[in-house]
Design a protein around this ligand. Structure first.
Ligand SMILES: Cc1cc2nc3c(=O)[nH]c(=O)nc-3n(C[C@H](O)[C@H](O)[C@H](O)COP(=O)(O)OP(=O)(O)OC[C@H]3O[C@@H](n4cnc5c(N)ncnc54)[C@H](O)[C@@H]3O)c2cc1C
Length: 101
């Protein structure tokens, strides 16, 4: 699925199909893995590694992923403001994600 055109107009680092390049913690990062400070992404416009599927796989554009990512994004942004390390999509289980909603 094509990302929103606003992404191409930005200077955000993108993957091969134009989605915002994002770490499993949902922090935006360059292709080399350098974090863009204070920038986060989730949902259909983000290219997020699917660690459950393994190396080279990306999260599919689905509402299930988007809702789960939104919860993680909020938790990690809040943690980052308290200098607590971010969790990744693989460390946060469904049950835990649902409890934090
Ligand atoms: C027809 C259809 C059926 C689907 N069925 C399923 C399904 O059965 N199960 C499932 O899991 N997933 C389904 N999906 C996929 C699911 O809808 C998406 O993966 C999910 O909505 C992505 O969430 P998001 O928040 O990333 O994007 P969106 O839900 O698309 O939200 C993006 C929001 O940003 C707003 N926006 C856009 N441009 C701008 C701008 N320039 N400035 C400000 N705001 C802007 C939009 O208006 C929108 O409100 C379906 C998608 C489609 C199109």
């Amino acid at each position: 699925m094509k990302p929103n055109p606003v992404i191409a107009e930005s200077d955000l680092p993108t993957g091969p199909r134009g989605h915002v390049n994002t770490l499993p913690t949902l922090q935006v990062a360059t292709e080399d893995g350098e974090v863009v400070d204070g920038v986060w992404a989730a949902g259909d416009n983000a290219q997020i590694p699917d660690l459950a599927k393994g190396e080279g796989a990306w999260c599919a554009p689905s509402a299930q992923h988007a809702v789960r990512q939104a919860r993680l994004l909020g938790a990690n942004m809040a943690a980052s403001s308290r200098a607590v390390p971010s969790e990744s999509t693989s460390t946060r289980t469904w049950a835990r994600s649902r409890r934090s909603a």
